[in-house]
Design a binder for this molecule. Structure first.
Ligand code: PMP
Length: 315
Protein backbone atom coordinates (compact mmCIF):
# COMPACT_ATOMS: atom_id res chain seq x y z
CA UNK A 1 0.00 0.00 0.00
CA UNK A 2 1.26 3.49 -0.84
CA UNK A 3 2.47 5.57 2.13
CA UNK A 4 -0.09 8.11 3.34
CA UNK A 5 0.45 11.56 1.85
CA UNK A 6 -0.92 13.17 5.03
CA UNK A 7 1.47 15.25 7.08
CA UNK A 8 1.67 14.57 10.74
CA UNK A 9 0.15 17.65 12.36
CA UNK A 10 -3.28 19.20 11.95
CA UNK A 11 -4.99 22.20 13.49
CA UNK A 12 -8.20 21.10 15.15
CA UNK A 13 -10.54 22.74 17.68
CA UNK A 14 -8.02 25.44 18.49
CA UNK A 15 -4.90 23.33 18.84
CA UNK A 16 -2.28 21.43 16.91
CA UNK A 17 -2.92 17.68 17.17
CA UNK A 18 -1.76 14.57 15.28
CA UNK A 19 -3.76 14.33 12.05
CA UNK A 20 -5.23 11.00 13.20
CA UNK A 21 -6.78 12.74 16.22
CA UNK A 22 -8.58 15.42 14.19
CA UNK A 23 -11.91 13.59 14.26
CA UNK A 24 -15.55 14.67 14.33
CA UNK A 25 -18.89 12.98 15.04
CA UNK A 26 -20.85 11.35 12.24
CA UNK A 27 -23.78 13.53 13.34
CA UNK A 28 -21.90 16.77 12.62
CA UNK A 29 -24.05 19.21 10.67
CA UNK A 30 -21.36 19.69 8.00
CA UNK A 31 -21.10 15.94 7.46
CA UNK A 32 -24.86 15.55 7.13
CA UNK A 33 -25.62 18.64 5.03
CA UNK A 34 -22.34 19.76 3.46
CA UNK A 35 -22.36 22.98 5.49
CA UNK A 36 -18.64 23.55 5.29
CA UNK A 37 -16.32 25.80 3.33
CA UNK A 38 -12.77 24.98 2.43
CA UNK A 39 -9.66 26.31 0.82
CA UNK A 40 -7.05 24.50 -1.23
CA UNK A 41 -3.65 26.15 -1.06
CA UNK A 42 -0.35 25.00 -2.49
CA UNK A 43 3.03 25.30 -0.92
CA UNK A 44 5.86 24.82 -3.42
CA UNK A 45 9.35 23.76 -2.54
CA UNK A 46 11.56 26.64 -3.64
CA UNK A 47 14.41 26.01 -6.06
CA UNK A 48 16.70 26.52 -2.99
CA UNK A 49 15.25 23.30 -1.51
CA UNK A 50 14.94 25.03 1.88
CA UNK A 51 11.80 27.09 1.63
CA UNK A 52 8.12 26.34 1.11
CA UNK A 53 6.50 29.10 -0.94
CA UNK A 54 2.81 29.35 -0.11
CA UNK A 55 1.04 30.74 -3.16
CA UNK A 56 -1.26 33.70 -2.54
CA UNK A 57 -1.97 32.90 1.08
CA UNK A 58 -3.76 36.18 1.98
CA UNK A 59 -6.05 35.79 -1.05
CA UNK A 60 -6.92 32.20 -0.12
CA UNK A 61 -7.63 33.27 3.46
CA UNK A 62 -9.84 36.12 2.24
CA UNK A 63 -11.81 33.79 -0.04
CA UNK A 64 -12.23 31.21 2.70
CA UNK A 65 -13.57 33.83 5.09
CA UNK A 66 -15.94 35.03 2.36
CA UNK A 67 -17.11 31.45 1.81
CA UNK A 68 -17.64 31.21 5.58
CA UNK A 69 -19.63 34.44 5.42
CA UNK A 70 -21.96 32.86 2.87
CA UNK A 71 -22.50 30.11 5.45
CA UNK A 72 -23.02 32.71 8.21
CA UNK A 73 -20.08 31.16 10.01
CA UNK A 74 -18.51 33.52 12.56
CA UNK A 75 -15.08 32.54 13.80
CA UNK A 76 -12.47 34.17 16.01
CA UNK A 77 -10.13 34.46 13.01
CA UNK A 78 -9.43 37.26 10.62
CA UNK A 79 -7.39 37.09 7.46
CA UNK A 80 -4.11 37.72 9.29
CA UNK A 81 -4.62 35.28 12.15
CA UNK A 82 -5.86 32.60 9.77
CA UNK A 83 -2.79 33.07 7.58
CA UNK A 84 -0.52 32.93 10.64
CA UNK A 85 -2.17 29.70 11.83
CA UNK A 86 -1.48 28.16 8.43
CA UNK A 87 2.14 29.35 8.41
CA UNK A 88 2.64 27.94 11.93
CA UNK A 89 1.28 24.57 10.80
CA UNK A 90 3.54 24.49 7.75
CA UNK A 91 6.50 25.22 10.03
CA UNK A 92 5.43 22.52 12.42
CA UNK A 93 5.08 19.91 9.64
CA UNK A 94 8.34 21.06 8.02
CA UNK A 95 7.49 19.36 4.70
CA UNK A 96 10.33 18.28 2.42
CA UNK A 97 8.11 18.27 -0.71
CA UNK A 98 5.39 20.35 -2.37
CA UNK A 99 2.30 20.41 -0.19
CA UNK A 100 -1.39 21.03 -0.43
CA UNK A 101 -2.99 22.78 2.53
CA UNK A 102 -6.65 22.23 3.26
CA UNK A 103 -8.27 24.62 5.77
CA UNK A 104 -11.90 23.75 6.48
CA UNK A 105 -14.52 25.87 8.26
CA UNK A 106 -17.56 23.85 9.17
CA UNK A 107 -20.81 23.74 11.10
CA UNK A 108 -19.69 21.60 13.99
CA UNK A 109 -22.96 21.24 15.93
CA UNK A 110 -24.65 17.86 16.05
CA UNK A 111 -28.04 19.16 15.06
CA UNK A 112 -30.83 17.92 12.85
CA UNK A 113 -32.22 20.93 10.98
CA UNK A 114 -30.60 22.05 7.72
CA UNK A 115 -30.08 25.71 8.56
CA UNK A 116 -27.15 28.11 8.88
CA UNK A 117 -28.05 30.23 11.89
CA UNK A 118 -27.45 29.36 15.50
CA UNK A 119 -24.90 26.60 14.97
CA UNK A 120 -21.34 26.28 16.22
CA UNK A 121 -18.49 26.72 13.74
CA UNK A 122 -14.97 25.33 13.78
CA UNK A 123 -11.78 25.66 11.80
CA UNK A 124 -9.64 22.63 10.97
CA UNK A 125 -6.48 22.57 8.84
CA UNK A 126 -4.53 19.63 7.51
CA UNK A 127 -1.84 19.19 4.89
CA UNK A 128 -0.67 16.56 2.47
CA UNK A 129 2.12 15.98 0.00
CA UNK A 130 0.85 16.64 -3.51
CA UNK A 131 2.41 16.54 -6.96
CA UNK A 132 0.61 17.14 -10.27
CA UNK A 133 -3.10 16.46 -10.10
CA UNK A 134 -3.87 16.53 -13.82
CA UNK A 135 -1.32 15.81 -16.51
CA UNK A 136 0.21 19.22 -17.21
CA UNK A 137 1.28 18.12 -20.69
CA UNK A 138 -2.24 17.93 -22.20
CA UNK A 139 -5.57 16.67 -20.88
CA UNK A 140 -8.70 15.31 -22.51
CA UNK A 141 -11.92 17.07 -21.59
CA UNK A 142 -15.61 16.60 -22.35
CA UNK A 143 -18.69 18.74 -21.88
CA UNK A 144 -20.66 17.44 -18.95
CA UNK A 145 -24.35 16.68 -19.02
CA UNK A 146 -24.39 18.07 -15.47
CA UNK A 147 -25.11 21.80 -15.38
CA UNK A 148 -23.01 23.99 -13.10
CA UNK A 149 -24.97 24.82 -9.97
CA UNK A 150 -26.30 28.39 -10.32
CA UNK A 151 -25.57 31.13 -7.80
CA UNK A 152 -29.25 31.30 -6.88
CA UNK A 153 -29.24 27.62 -5.90
CA UNK A 154 -25.85 27.21 -4.18
CA UNK A 155 -23.39 30.08 -4.58
CA UNK A 156 -20.46 28.61 -6.46
CA UNK A 157 -18.25 31.67 -6.07
CA UNK A 158 -17.45 30.33 -2.60
CA UNK A 159 -15.81 26.99 -1.97
CA UNK A 160 -18.77 25.38 -0.24
CA UNK A 161 -18.51 21.68 0.53
CA UNK A 162 -22.06 20.71 -0.46
CA UNK A 163 -21.75 22.20 -3.93
CA UNK A 164 -18.95 19.74 -4.72
CA UNK A 165 -21.60 17.07 -5.32
CA UNK A 166 -22.06 18.91 -8.61
CA UNK A 167 -18.32 18.63 -9.32
CA UNK A 168 -18.22 14.97 -8.31
CA UNK A 169 -21.13 14.02 -10.59
CA UNK A 170 -19.41 15.73 -13.51
CA UNK A 171 -15.97 14.26 -12.73
CA UNK A 172 -17.34 10.70 -12.55
CA UNK A 173 -19.14 11.13 -15.83
CA UNK A 174 -15.97 12.45 -17.48
CA UNK A 175 -13.81 9.63 -16.17
CA UNK A 176 -16.36 7.02 -17.18
CA UNK A 177 -16.26 8.51 -20.70
CA UNK A 178 -12.50 7.98 -20.64
CA UNK A 179 -11.45 11.63 -20.36
CA UNK A 180 -9.61 13.47 -17.61
CA UNK A 181 -11.83 16.40 -16.81
CA UNK A 182 -15.36 17.72 -17.25
CA UNK A 183 -16.38 21.12 -18.58
CA UNK A 184 -19.62 22.28 -17.03
CA UNK A 185 -21.95 24.67 -18.80
CA UNK A 186 -24.21 27.06 -16.94
CA UNK A 187 -28.02 26.94 -17.04
CA UNK A 188 -28.01 29.10 -20.20
CA UNK A 189 -25.54 26.83 -21.99
CA UNK A 190 -22.45 29.02 -21.66
CA UNK A 191 -19.14 27.61 -20.52
CA UNK A 192 -18.73 27.80 -16.76
CA UNK A 193 -15.64 25.86 -15.63
CA UNK A 194 -14.09 22.48 -14.96
CA UNK A 195 -15.13 20.29 -12.04
CA UNK A 196 -12.35 21.74 -9.89
CA UNK A 197 -10.72 24.38 -12.06
CA UNK A 198 -11.39 27.48 -14.12
CA UNK A 199 -11.04 27.53 -17.88
CA UNK A 200 -9.36 29.82 -20.38
CA UNK A 201 -9.41 29.81 -24.15
CA UNK A 202 -7.27 31.70 -26.64
CA UNK A 203 -8.91 32.91 -29.84
CA UNK A 204 -7.02 35.09 -32.30
CA UNK A 205 -4.45 36.07 -29.67
CA UNK A 206 -7.05 37.07 -27.06
CA UNK A 207 -7.16 35.24 -23.75
CA UNK A 208 -10.77 34.77 -22.64
CA UNK A 209 -12.36 33.36 -19.51
CA UNK A 210 -15.82 33.27 -17.98
CA UNK A 211 -16.62 36.28 -15.76
CA UNK A 212 -17.04 35.84 -12.00
CA UNK A 213 -20.78 36.39 -12.47
CA UNK A 214 -20.85 33.22 -14.62
CA UNK A 215 -21.48 30.69 -11.79
CA UNK A 216 -17.79 29.93 -11.37
CA UNK A 217 -15.59 29.72 -8.32
CA UNK A 218 -13.71 33.01 -7.98
CA UNK A 219 -10.45 31.29 -8.76
CA UNK A 220 -7.21 32.70 -7.44
CA UNK A 221 -5.07 31.08 -10.14
CA UNK A 222 -7.47 32.51 -12.74
CA UNK A 223 -7.06 36.00 -11.28
CA UNK A 224 -3.28 35.58 -11.11
CA UNK A 225 -3.05 34.50 -14.76
CA UNK A 226 -5.18 37.45 -15.90
CA UNK A 227 -2.60 39.70 -14.22
CA UNK A 228 0.34 37.77 -15.63
CA UNK A 229 -1.13 38.06 -19.14
CA UNK A 230 -0.74 41.83 -18.84
CA UNK A 231 2.96 41.30 -18.26
CA UNK A 232 3.20 39.87 -21.79
CA UNK A 233 0.78 42.38 -23.32
CA UNK A 234 -1.72 39.61 -24.03
CA UNK A 235 -5.23 41.09 -24.37
CA UNK A 236 -7.73 39.52 -21.96
CA UNK A 237 -11.50 39.27 -21.87
CA UNK A 238 -13.84 38.13 -19.13
CA UNK A 239 -16.96 37.29 -21.05
CA UNK A 240 -19.51 34.61 -21.80
CA UNK A 241 -17.97 31.76 -23.79
CA UNK A 242 -20.07 29.59 -26.09
CA UNK A 243 -19.59 25.84 -26.29
CA UNK A 244 -18.74 26.03 -29.99
CA UNK A 245 -15.94 28.51 -29.22
CA UNK A 246 -14.20 25.75 -27.33
CA UNK A 247 -14.00 23.72 -30.52
CA UNK A 248 -12.64 26.70 -32.47
CA UNK A 249 -10.14 27.82 -29.83
CA UNK A 250 -6.46 28.03 -30.75
CA UNK A 251 -5.58 27.08 -27.19
CA UNK A 252 -7.49 26.08 -24.08
CA UNK A 253 -6.35 25.28 -20.58
CA UNK A 254 -7.66 24.60 -17.11
CA UNK A 255 -6.22 26.39 -14.12
CA UNK A 256 -6.53 26.08 -10.41
CA UNK A 257 -4.56 25.31 -7.30
CA UNK A 258 -4.84 21.57 -7.79
CA UNK A 259 -4.54 21.33 -11.59
CA UNK A 260 -2.10 24.28 -11.75
CA UNK A 261 -2.10 24.97 -15.50
CA UNK A 262 -3.30 22.03 -17.54
CA UNK A 263 -3.33 22.52 -21.32
CA UNK A 264 -6.36 20.90 -22.95
CA UNK A 265 -5.52 18.58 -25.84
CA UNK A 266 -9.04 17.53 -26.81
CA UNK A 267 -12.62 18.51 -26.01
CA UNK A 268 -15.36 16.01 -26.91
CA UNK A 269 -12.76 14.21 -28.99
CA UNK A 270 -11.92 17.31 -31.04
CA UNK A 271 -8.32 18.39 -31.11
CA UNK A 272 -7.66 21.87 -29.75
CA UNK A 273 -5.03 23.99 -31.48
CA UNK A 274 -1.78 22.93 -33.09
CA UNK A 275 0.87 22.71 -30.45
CA UNK A 276 0.61 21.27 -26.99
CA UNK A 277 0.84 23.48 -25.01
CA UNK A 278 0.06 26.45 -27.26
CA UNK A 279 2.34 29.50 -27.15
CA UNK A 280 0.25 31.67 -24.81
CA UNK A 281 -0.46 28.74 -22.48
CA UNK A 282 3.27 28.03 -22.39
CA UNK A 283 4.23 31.64 -21.70
CA UNK A 284 1.83 31.84 -18.77
CA UNK A 285 2.66 28.40 -17.50
CA UNK A 286 6.42 29.09 -17.54
CA UNK A 287 5.98 32.34 -15.64
CA UNK A 288 3.62 30.66 -13.18
CA UNK A 289 5.98 27.77 -12.39
CA UNK A 290 9.06 30.01 -12.27
CA UNK A 291 7.18 32.25 -9.83
CA UNK A 292 6.10 29.51 -7.45
CA UNK A 293 9.57 27.93 -7.44
CA UNK A 294 11.11 31.29 -6.60
CA UNK A 295 13.03 31.49 -9.92
CA UNK A 296 11.30 34.61 -11.23
CA UNK A 297 10.85 37.45 -8.76
CA UNK A 298 8.35 39.54 -10.74
CA UNK A 299 5.47 38.11 -8.71
CA UNK A 300 7.54 37.15 -5.69
CA UNK A 301 5.15 39.20 -3.54
CA UNK A 302 2.52 36.51 -4.21
CA UNK A 303 4.51 34.03 -2.15
CA UNK A 304 4.64 33.58 1.60
CA UNK A 305 7.99 31.87 2.17
CA UNK A 306 8.22 29.50 5.11
CA UNK A 307 11.70 28.28 5.98
CA UNK A 308 11.93 24.58 6.60
CA UNK A 309 12.79 24.03 10.22
CA UNK A 310 14.53 21.05 11.71
CA UNK A 311 12.13 19.79 14.37
CA UNK A 312 13.47 20.21 17.91
CA UNK A 313 13.54 17.00 20.00
CA UNK A 314 10.77 18.38 22.25
CA UNK A 315 8.35 18.80 19.31
N1 PMP B 1 -13.32 26.05 -9.77
C1 PMP B 1 -13.56 25.09 -8.85
C2 PMP B 1 -14.89 24.44 -8.81
C3 PMP B 1 -12.52 24.69 -7.98
O1 PMP B 1 -12.75 23.73 -7.07
C4 PMP B 1 -11.25 25.31 -8.08
C5 PMP B 1 -10.13 24.87 -7.17
N2 PMP B 1 -10.10 25.62 -6.00
C6 PMP B 1 -11.07 26.32 -9.03
C7 PMP B 1 -12.12 26.66 -9.86
C8 PMP B 1 -9.77 27.07 -9.14
O2 PMP B 1 -9.64 27.96 -8.06
P1 PMP B 1 -8.21 28.36 -7.46
O3 PMP B 1 -7.40 28.85 -8.58
O4 PMP B 1 -8.52 29.41 -6.46
O5 PMP B 1 -7.67 27.13 -6.85
Amino acid sequence: MAASPMLEWAFFEGQVVPFADARISVGTHAVQYGTGAFAGIRGYLDADGETINIFRLPEHCARLLNSAKLLRAELPFNRESLAQTIVDLVERNAPATDVYIRPFIYKSSVQLTPRLRGLDNELAIYMLRLGDYLDTSGVKAAISSWVRVPDHSIPGRGKLSGSYINAALAKDEAEEKGVDEAILLDHAGHVAEGSSCNLFIVRDGVLATTPITGDILEGITRRSLLQMAQEFGIPTEQREIDRSELYLADEAFFCGTGVQIAPIATIDGRRIGEAMPGPITKQLSDLFFDTVRGKDARYGHWLTPVRKRVAAPAD
